[in-house]
Write a protein of this length. Sequence first.
Length: 190
Amino acid sequence: MGVLVVHGNGKIYELNQYAHEVLAQSDGLFSVSGHLVAGNRIADAIRQASASAAGNGLAAGRGALTVNRPSGRRPYVLFVSPLRSPAPFWGKDTAGAVVFLTDPERQPELDPALVAHVHGLTPSQARLACALARGIDLDQYAAEASIGRNTARTHLRLLFEKLGVKRQGELVALLARSLGPVELARTGPE
């Protein structure tokens, strides 16, 4: 997930690597002179969120919007939420917004070592879990991992037991809920 911290005028103060990569593509979302640009809709959403934060009406300023892409790929999904700024960003009594950005075309990037650590999995179980989260089926995983289908099925059965799930969809949902936001901690270029 991409995260951008923006001033009420759209100036970008902070962004993580994911957001930096999306902006670098210039496919419907842009950074122009350090400002987030995607047409009037995003500017309006940021202004509304900033005004809401300044007035402490936090819930009123939340908004979700899509941004169409000239490439014809699926639209970006943005969630704009009010942010009453701490002094390090803008100074006293200034508000802005935090913009959460998702690209439905982008594959999840789960780190198998992190998945293993968080969920108490073996490295092979974690690799399988990450592959399933990327949409790879069991037969394809077995071929890529150079293991037999029965070995892959054994890993999957043990994975299900450890995580208390019964279906692959439950496994993927669990990973998305527990580790999907981890990319928030990654920062963009200085």
